[in-house]
Design a protein around this ligand. Structure first.
Ligand code: FES
Length: 56
């Protein structure tokens, strides 16, 4: 599912970055570009990142 329409980032990509070693929303954002355009996806993308980091 697309989380960030502007940058074409999916929830799967976010989880993948966390399993590849990203440990913060900032790292995920820098790696994917998620939430760097309109910003509407930021809350949802952050919560996906937080859940993925807790599970990691
Ligand atoms: Fe993510 Fe616009 S939907 S920056």
């Amino acid at each position: 599912m697309y989380v960030c329409v502007c940058k074409g980032v999916t929830d799967h990509q976010i989880r993948q970055h966390v399993s590849d070693g990203a440990r913060s929303w900032r790292e995920v954002r820098e790696a994917t570009g998620c939430a760097t355009q309109c910003g509407k996806c930021a809350c949802f993308a952050k919560s996906i990142t937080r859940d993925a980091v807790q599970e990691a």
